[in-house]
Write a protein that binds this ligand. Sequence first.
Ligand code: FPP
Ligand code: MG
Length: 332
Amino acid sequence: MLGADPKERIYAPIADDLDTVIANIAGVAETNSHGPPPEIEARLSQVLATPGKRIRPAITLLTSKLWGRIPDERTIKMATAVELLHIASLIHDDTVDSADTRRGHATASNLWGGNIAVLLGDFVFATSATFVCDTNSVRLIRRFAQTIAELSRGELNEILESWSLKTDRERYFQRIYDKTASLFSTSAESGAVLGESDDESAANVREYGYNLGMAYQVLDDLLDYESNPEQLGKPTANDLSNGVLTLPAILALESGEARSEISAYLNSANGDRPQLLEAAYEAICASDALDRSRAIANDYIDAALRNLEPVPESESKEALVQLTGYIRDRQF
Ligand code: FPP
Ligand code: MG
């Protein structure tokens, strides 16, 4: 159904297929002879029901149509797999971050504790792999497995670099590739492969996913500073409060504008942490690091648009162009 949400218009060329993806995801929780027992089913249904932005499966479905093919069963399975992997990684991420809410709802770890949450995440994560196997493409199965390793490496680095001044731009960009752009690029490349593109076009489309994913995460990190918690569905300054330095903090450190405040905060003892967090947050916001972060995100968006230039004109290409605008302008 088309509504006021710009995303719905962008997704119009693949609306029915995206509905099938959502139905596949809901089906993961359903009991069948091999499925989970009812106590697990209820919990799985809950974690699978909260609607996300569905950006990754939309990318797979749209890129598969760029050379005139209609998404087939394998493409829909792949689109299901990338969204399931994303959901699993968020369940794990919320557990690692001890986050209470996501998308305005209580997280699995908040509701049932870390052990249950991790194992629910594992269930979803393993199920995503079975969907990729249904593509019968060793190339895609390999790429998917690499993406899982990259996701885990990104999250590990985020934890290992937290509460220290270790993170510089280079480490940050590697980390956000691992955490986010890897799955975006896999979503895009897999659509191209299943849509029977040639190798050069698939590489271009993968780069589109990479650049869009990098822009997405830079902007996500910026929203952590700029949005209010009601809009975002999670608390503001969450990264900094977890000792995680993202691009705004790194740029403000580099330029020296907030170095003393950030250092004092990272070295703080629990007692004086809230005031020092506030001071570091204010110093970063008062610097020009937020504007400079946005400029970097815009450069990635422009690069993503350039990656689409060689692709033949079509409704799906136009949707992928519009998607860059949606990500650039998103407020939550
Ligand atoms: C959210 O980003 C987190 C990710 C995009 C990746 C998380 C990856 C893992 C936990 C690796 C392990 C996962 C599996 C299934 C092997 P964010 O923390 O920047 O966003 P947020 O502020 O919304 O939490
Ligand atoms: Mg997180």
